[in-house]
Design a protein around this ligand. Structure first.
Ligand SMILES: Nc1ncnc2c1ncn2[C@@H]1O[C@H](COP(=O)(O)OP(=O)(O)O)[C@@H](O)[C@H]1O
Ligand SMILES: [Mg+2]
Length: 250
């Protein structure tokens, strides 16, 4: 028995609600109404997340025809945390570290998240958990629908993904870099949507404000993560994590 308590987010017919289930708090992602595309996306999300078991990934507890039941992660999303400005260096590094651990694990299993952004990173005390594999690409699964739908903000999206390529794990590393930039400066890279779109469309002259002086030592890690060419980025989430670790101790 699922007892709904509070709506956490609602986007079209997709609703995320805090509920009670088997004596505990859970989060239910539910499709209300009829939509073959969204119902297929929900089914895929379940299929992907079911095989991911990691301390930095929100666990799926059960799934029903049009509802996914996740463990409730008490705390705030990174998007909410960023509403009051940039985060401290230590905290930013810890959050990115957790996100990169989750990505390294998912990538090893052939899963690319494709939507790494502050709203999909949940902070629970000292630990952060990645969630929302609703756009994830499983390299081991055949594509049933060519889902080119682009939703939400392109602020954290890698240029190649903007062009419709969703088969490169390094797209998630770009997004992780953009999240780091937001945590350290208080805003995503390139500022306004117009500037972001200019960069994504191929303009290499869109200015990127440098990091504040007290975190300037992370600039090389950031620049490498945000390279337009995936070959120039870190090779893997683990490599990026190691580089971050070295840089943050210098
Ligand atoms: N397990 C959870 N625990 C707590 N809050 C959650 C959980 N899952 C999602 N949320 C909240 O609901 C929001 C939307 O959930 P998400 O899975 O990202 O769905 P959507 O597809 O609508 O983006 C998140 O940004 C977060 O604020
Ligand atoms: Mg989301």
């Amino acid at each position: 028995m699922l007892t709904p308590m509070r709506i956490l987010s609602e986007q079209g017919p997709m609703r995320v609600e805090l509920s009670r289930w088997r004596g505990r708090l859970v989060v239910v992602k539910r499709l209300r109404g009829f939509s073959p595309t969204l119902s297929e996306r929900l089914r895929r999300e379940a299929e992907v997340v079911r095989k991911l078991e990691h301390p930095n990934i929100v666990p799926l507890l059960a799934s029903e025809e049009s509802a996914l039941i996740y463990a409730y992660c008490s705390g705030v999303s990174l998007a909410e945390a960023l509403e009051s400005g940039p985060l401290r260096l230590r905290r930013s590094i810890k959050i990115l570290n957790d996100t990169l651990s989750a990505l390294a694990y998912a990538h090893m299993r052939g899963v690319i998240h494709c939507d790494v952004k502050p709203a999909n990173i949940l902070i629970k005390g000292e630990v952060s958990l990645l969630t929302d594999f609703g756009f994830a690409k499983d390299l081991g699964m055949t594509a049933i629908t060519a889902d080119q739908t682009m939703l939400g903000t392109p602020s954290y999206m890698a240029p190649e993904q903007f062009r419709g390529i969703r088969t490169d794990p390094r797209s998630d590393l770009y997004a992780a870099g953009a999240v780091l930039y937001h945590m350290l400066t208080g805003a995503p890279p390139y500022g306004s949507q117009t500037q972001v779109l200019r960069f994504l469309a191929g303009d290499d002259h869109v200015p990127l404000a440098p990091l504040p002086s007290e975190v300037a030592h992370l600039q090389p890690v950031l620049e490498r993560a945000l390279k337009r060419d995936p070959d120039e980025r870190f090779e893997s989430a683990d490599d990026m994590r190691k580089a971050l670790d070295v840089m943050s101790h210098t």
